[in-house]
Structures are given as structure tokens and as C-alpha cells.
Write a protein that binds this ligand. Structure first.
Ligand SMILES: [Fe+2]
Ligand SMILES: [Fe+2]
Length: 600
């Protein structure tokens, strides 16, 4: 194999990623409608070409990777992958096979620096694609353990490789806290093991004063501590360890701090929490203290300009800590005031500060933050606006799709009310059914706000793992809606809109089809497909269908995928097809234009 062949393909793929970003950004320019729509059309044409070429590139790379490589070619490939990785061209579908090839080449060798990079990168890619918190992340632990298995040779490692080992320990200890089966007692053992290794003779003799590594270890220990909500589940040994350790860190922090905002937020949170646990502080008192601290940190960050890592951590964790305190206090009024403050500041700070921060982790934090605070809002309207805000700000493509689905759903509901009103007999919603369905359309894909951006924005066909990740969105969406009495009416639609009408296919497969919301689910399922199949702007990897083609398809799958009564409605109501035709045809560009204007 010629090293330059694969190099050219990699370069071409990276360039196409840049071009996609450029095309997506261009839509945010303020332009007159006609020009904007012209650009939208041109973008769709170009993306279609890119999607086709990207798939060819992936095939060609696959063919080259199947062949043996010389030492020189392997080295070249390694350098290119490091470069891609460091410059954020880490699209899973292209970088993962490259990394697996490198693993195959270097595994068993004593090129530890390369091996550590390869294992670390595979670990990160697996975490990103498998959705943090989904339970599948456990599978990636194996790659960190491979790094630890090399550590008998620690004294032979380069400084970079040694640093890589500590990044791996950091992840082993800290990312574990994001697994749904996270167990603080088990995680304590990881934390202990990492610290034991740190104190071993070989590590101490080499790295005792290594600032780079000391910093990682410091953050590792503090980040591990920030899972203070798990204190209740800790056994006595772990509890005592946490109390002593947080007290010690807090004392160090206070000694070093010039002002309250110099405290480390995680240590401070844990310190307050341990004081509550031991009866030295009330929830209400701790809330007051933390709120004061939170506000002073925001003021500090406000003046600091560029967002620091410290600020990111604080914005991720600080508000959630306060929420947990609120959940414990008896003073309802104080809790209410804090919550309204938190919601307001979360909208201002979280959404705007993270505006250009596409990461599955941030998506997950923001979505979690949103669904945890929803129940504190007063009216259904406020809650709906809040969710919509999240979708618009985090996932514009999902919002655009949802708007079309919501318009279609309203049209279907209006028509069904005229031609077969009994269709809604079992539906618990009795008033303004079209308006209810409009909202079902807007929220059906809310779970996608937790999926990695790169998957949601992808113009080529999704890879198998990417599709597995997307398939989680109904479950996430259901979780979003089920905690709140006002939003529970949207739960089943979010959970079940990808299930076939007769239960013979789709996902998830463990869904109970005998729900009273069946009528709403069936309408959204049809509208979802109507939009997805005809969307020439958003789905570029296959040719968009014409309205006639998709109507034929509805007929073909009537009774299996789709509710036959709704398919029949297309013939019963003489206006229905043309009303639908507008939204999936000429009206789509207009709706998209309005949506972008709203966002700009
Ligand atoms: Fe969906
Ligand atoms: Fe959808």
C-alpha cells in the first residue's frame, strides 16, 4: 500500500468536514429570503455530492486498511491519525477503523507511547459514540486497562507516555461516575488503586515533581469527589474517607484562597455536603452559602472573558449541586426563589456560554439540567417553552424537523376530527386536540438533544454504531417527559414514535402498545416519516422522495408500519394530500427560513 494513497483520502475527508461546517454556518447569515433559500438549495446539492463522495472515501480507506503495511507506511498512518485527532477531525466512522488498524500493528510492540495514544483515542471514541450514561461506556474500560497492563515498563516510558497513563487513570476513576450502574464503593477502589500507583517507588522516583501529572492527579481526586450525591450509598469506610478527604482539601483550599471565588467548587460542594451529613450544617443554611458562592463565581467568570475549564466544570456541576440541596430543604419559599434564579441563570449562562460547544458531554449535561429543573416551573406553557428553548439552542436540525412534523400533525388531527372523530375516543386529551398534536410534533425527538452533535449533523449515511446511538433517543425523550405531571402527556409519543403500528418492527422493542395515547403516536409516526423521506435539505445521503412516492409508501405499509385508518384518511379527505404537500414541498424552505430568522 502506498502511504500517500491513504493520506490523500484522509485529507479529502477532513476537507469535506470543513466544507460541511462552512455550509452549515453560512445559513446563519442574515440574507433576504430569496437569497437565503437559494443558498439552502445550493447547500443541499453540494451536501448530496459530499455524502456520496464520503461514502466512497470510507470504502476506499477500508480497502487500503485490509492490506498489510510496511513500517514506513505504519508510521505515516500513525502521524496522520494523531494529527486528525488533535485537530478534532475525529469522526468516529473514519477514525475508528484507522485506530483499530494501528492497534493491530503496534500491539505487542514496545512502542509504548504509540500504544498509549492508540488505546486512549479508542477509549474516547467509544465513549463519545456510546453515549455517556448509557451503560455501554463500560465496554471502553478495557482500553484503559490495556494501558495499565503496560505499566510494568513505566520506567521506560517517555514523559508523554507517562502523562498518558495518568490521563487514563483520570478517566478510569472519573468517567466511571457517569455510568448508570455507578457504585461509589467500587469506584473508591479505583481511586485508591490510582493513588497507590502514584505512591509507588517507580512513579515517585520519576514524577514526584512533574507538574503536568500532579495537576491531572489533583483534578482526578477532586472530580471523583464531586459525585457527592452518592454519599448516601457509600459504605462506612468510604464515607469516612470522603469526610476526611474533603475536610482536608477544603482546609487547603481556604488556606490558599484569596476570596470566596478561589475555592474549588467541587471541594466546596462536598465539604458542605459532609457537614450536612454530620449534622453540622442544615440544608437550608448550606443552600444560602452555596447560592452566595455561585453568584460570586458567576460574577468572577463574567469579568474573566474567555471561558476557562474551571468555569465549565462549575457551570456543569454547581447548579446540579444546588438542585440536590433544594430537594432536601423544608423551606419551600427559599427553594422556590433559588430555583427561579437557577432557571433564569441557566438559560442565560448555560445556553449562551455553550452555544458553540458541540460535545455529547455538554449536550447531556444541558439536557439533564433542563429536565431536572422542569418540575419547578409553574405552568405547562413555561415548561414547553423551556424545552423548546433547549431544542432550538442545542439542535437546530432537530428543531427544523420537529416544526414540519408539528405542522403535519396538526393537519392530520384537524382532518381526523372531521372525518373520523371516534379516532380520538381513547385519547386522554379532550380539548384542542390539534394543538396537543402540534406540541407532540415539537417534542417527539427531544431525546436527540442528548446525542452527539456530529451524529445529528451528519450528512452521510450513519454507521452502525452511530445508528445504535441515535436509537437511544426515544428512551431519553421518555425520561425527559415522565417526571412531570404536565408533560407526561407527551411521554408515550417520545417513547414510541419509531415503533411499527402492528408491533412487528421499529424500536424500542419492549414497548407496551396498549397506551391511551395510541392515536397521537400513530399520527406522529406517519408525520415523522413524511418529513424524513421528503426532506431534501436535511438528509443528503439518499434522494428525497416526492409526495406521490411517499403516499404510495404509506399505502404499502398500511397496517404494518402505519395505522390503516390514518392512511385511509388520505383518500377520505379531498384536501388532506394537498395540505400535506405544502409542508413537505414548497412550504419547507419558507418554514426553515422563519426558523433560522428566529434563531439569528
Ligand atoms: Fe425520532
Ligand atoms: Fe423525528
Amino acid at each position: 500500500m502506498d502511504g500517500s494513497d491513504i493520506g490523500k483520502l484522509i485529507t479529502e475527508y477532513c476537507n469535506s468536514m470543513d466544507r460541511q461546517e462552512e455550509l452549515n454556518k453560512a445559513l446563519f447569515k442574515k440574507l433576504p429570503k430569496k437569497e437565503w433559500i437559494g443558498q439552502l438549495d445550493a447547500r443541499a446539492r453540494e451536501l448530496t455530492m459530499i455524502a456520496t463522495r464520503d461514502e466512497q472515501i470510507l470504502d476506499e480507506i477500508g480497502t487500503l486498511l485490509a492490506k498489510d503495511m510496511s513500517e514506513e507506511e505504519s508510521l505515516y498512518l500513525y502521524d496522520r491519525v494523531v494529527e486528525m485527532y488533535n485537530n478534532d477531525y475525529d469522526d468516529y466512522v473514519v477514525i475508528f477503523p484507522l485506530l483499530k488498524k494501528l492497534q493491530q500493528i503496534y500491539e505487542g510492540s514496545n512502542d509504548y507511547e504509540k500504544l498509549i495514544f492508540i488505546y486512549k483515542a479508542i477509549f474516547y471514541e467509544m465513549c463519545e459514540i456510546r453515549n455517556r450514561g448509557s451503560g455501554q461506556m463500560r465496554m471502553s474500560d478495557e482500553y484503559l486497562e490495556k494501558i495499565f497492563a503496560l505499566c510494568d515498563h513505566y520506567s521506560e516510558f517517555t514523559p508523554d507516555a507517562r502523562r498518558g497513563v495518568w490521563v487514563a487513570w483520570y478517566n478510569y476513576v472519573v468517567i466511571d461516575t457517569e455510568n448508570p450502574d455507578f457504585d461509589i464503593n467500587r469506584s473508591y477502589l479505583r481511586h485508591k488503586k490510582a493513588n497507590e500507583f502514584w505512591n509507588s517507588d517507580v512513579v515517585q522516583s520519576l514524577d514526584k515533581d512533574n507538574e503536568n501529572i500532579l495537576e491531572i492527579i489533583d483534578i482526578m481526586n477532586k472530580d471523583w469527589m464531586c459525585v457527592e450525591e452518592h454519599i448516601e450509598k457509600a459504605n462506612d469506610e468510604v464515607k469516612k474517607y470522603l469526610y476526611d478527604y474533603s475536610g482536608k482539601l477544603y482546609a487547603e483550599d481556604v488556606a490558599k484562597a484569596k476570596s470566596i471565588t478561589d475555592y474549588n467548587d467541587r471541594v466546596y460542594a462536598l465539604y458542605l455536603r459532609t457537614r450536612i451529613e454530620s449534622g453540622e450544617e442544615t440544608f437550608s443554611g448550606a443552600l444560602d452559602r452555596y447560592l452566595k458562592y455561585y453568584k460570586s463565581c458567576l460574577a468572577k467568570f463574567e469579568n474573566a472573558g474567555k471561558q476557562s475549564v474551571e468555569e465549565q466544570h462549575f457551570l456543569n456541576n454547581g447548579p446540579l449541586f444546588m438542585l440536590r440541596l433544594v430537594e432536601h430543604i423544608e423551606d419551600k419559599n427559599k427553594a422556590d426563589r433559588t430555583i427561579s434564579y437557577l432557571i433564569e441563570s441557566s438559560r442565560e449562562n448555560l445556553f449562551t456560554k455553550y452555544k458553540d460547544f458541540p460535545s455529547q458531554f455538554i449536550n447531556d449535561v444541558l439536557a439533564k439540567w433542563c429536565y431536572k429543573t422542569l418540575k419547578y416551573l409553574d405552568t405547562r406553557k413555561e415548561k414547553e417553552d423551556y424545552i423548546l428553548d433547549l431544542i432550538v439552542k442545542r439542535q437546530l436540525p432537530t428543531y427544523l424537523h420537529s416544526v414540519i412534523v408539528s405542522e403535519l400533525a396538526m393537519v392530520f388531527a384537524e382532518s381526523a376530527l372531521v372525518y373520523m372523530p371516534e379516532f380520538f375516543n381513547d385519547l386522554p386529551i379532550k380539548e384542542d386536540i390539534p394543538e396537543y398534536l402540534r406540541h407532540c410534533g415539537l417534542f417527539h425527538d427531544v431525546g436527540k438533544t442528548r446525542i452527539a452533535d456530529i451524529i445529528n449533523l451528519q450528512c452521510r449515511k450513519l454507521g452502525e454504531e452511530e445508528f445504535d446511538s441515535i436509537k437511544k433517543h426515544p428512551e431519553y425523550g421518555a425520561k425527559f417527559m415522565e417526571n412531570d405531571p404536565d408533560l407526561i402527556i407527551y411521554r408515550d409519543v417520545a417513547a414510541c414514535h419509531h415503533c411499527y403500528y402492528d408491533g412487528s418492527g421499529g424500536y424500542p422493542d419492549d414497548y407496551d402498545h396498549n397506551t391511551p395515547y395510541r392515536a397521537a403516536i400513530d399520527i406522529i409516526t406517519i408525520c415523522d416519516c413524511l418529513d424524513a423521506a421528503t426532506d431534501k435539505y436535511g438528509r443528503n445521503y439518499k434522494k428525497a422522495k416526492t409526495p406521490e412516492e411517499i403516499f404510495d409508501e404509506l399505502k404499502k405499509f398500511s397496517g404494518t408500519r402505519y395505522n390503516p385508518k390514518l392512511v385511509r384518511l388520505l383518500d377520505l379527505d379531498p384536501d388532506l394530500k394537498s395540505r400535506i404537500g405544502y409542508f413537505i414541498g414548497a412550504g419547507r424552505a419558507e418554514i426553515m427560513y422563519q426558523a433560522y430568522r428566529k434563531k439569528i
